[in-house]
Design a protein around this ligand. Structure first.
Ligand SMILES: NC(=O)c1ccc[n+]([C@@H]2O[C@H](COP(=O)([O-])OP(=O)(O)OC[C@H]3O[C@@H](n4cnc5c(N)ncnc54)[C@H](OP(=O)(O)O)[C@@H]3O)[C@@H](O)[C@H]2O)c1
Length: 239
């Protein structure tokens, strides 16, 4: 299915994977609507994507703001949610309130976006949720993130039934060079991490936002794919 003239809402579309997805969808003729918390990031992204894009501020941790977003957007075809940063820490060192906060943004944020968005999504449309490679193969300190990701993948399979014929899928990237990673590490440490990961991966390189965006566009446009999780991760989860 072509994305030409389709209305594609991307929460997290002002940066990284979401921004690459917005650019690629716009290049295919989609009408792109990007949302995130920061007005200045949205405006900068708009300048990169081109003129035919709408921007809205939204915070996935706040139900009222998600409700307001979908009231303003009206009917649309596809919903992509990228969004909040993960919380890392050893199981016994993260307190339960910190883990609650992580679920609030990364699980409940996506859940609420689907709940409010489902009321105005096209029956030929789709939802793509964000998961990640640690669900299948966690590293130390990723137990809460792995739990969120498992929850999201289960939710997507359930919604593929409940919201049918709307298709519901999940994208599960491996390490990808985006601002979330760039800001988490000093340059030297980041380049060392990239090199170590690339050596370990069958693909022998880490991901770019465009690698992941290309996979998201596949999930949006292939009308026979639903209830699936796609793993653009260089082979991380199968090792
Ligand atoms: N990069 C990787 O290696 C990787 C791997 C697997 C999974 N992921 C997941 O992919 C998602 C996107 O990551 P990215 O690498 O593209 O990061 P990014 O470049 O930091 O982009 C994050 C986007 O989400 C928005 N956002 C953050 N918190 C939000 C909130 N509470 N409500 C609404 N929007 C919010 C940000 O804008 P504002 O800050 O203005 O809100 C931004 O547009 C994250 O969930 C991340 O965990 C990333």
């Amino acid at each position: 299915m072509s994305l030409k003239n389709k209305r594609v809402v991307i929460i997290g579309g002002s940066s990284g994977i979401g921004l690459a997805t917005a650019k690629m969808a716009a290049a295919e003729g989609a009408k792109v609507i990007i949302a995130g918390r920061t007005e200045s990031k949205l405006k900068a992204a708009m300048a990169e994507i081109g003129n035919d894009v709408d921007t809205y501020t939204v915070d996935l941790t706040e139900e009222a703001s998600i409700k307001a977003l979908f009231e303003q957007v009206g009917s649309f075809d596809h919903l992509v949610i990228t969004g909040p940063a993960p919380q890392f820490g050893h199981f016994l060192e993260l307190n339960i309130e910190q883990v609650h906060q992580e679920f609030e943004g990364k699980f409940w944020g996506q859940y609420r976006a689907a709940w409010y968005g489902a009321k105005s999504i096209s029956q030929s449309g789709s939802i793509v949720f964000m998961s990640g490679a640690y669900r299948a193969r966690p590293v130390p300190g990723a137990s809460s993130l792995a739990a969120v990701q498992a929850g999201i993948e289960g939710l997507a399979r359930g919604l593929a039934i409940d919201l049918s014929p709307v298709r519901v899928n999940v994208i599960s990237p491996g390490l990808t060079d985006t601002p979330i990673i760039q800001s988490a590490f000093a340059d030297d440490a980041r380049l060392k991490l990239y090199e170590e990961q690339a050596n370990m991966l069958p693909a022998k390189r880490i991901g770019t936002p465009e690698d992941i965006a290309q996979s998201i566009l596949y999930l949006l446009s292939n009308r026979y794919v639903t209830g699936s999780t796609l793993f653009p991760d260089g082979g991380y989860t199968m090792r």
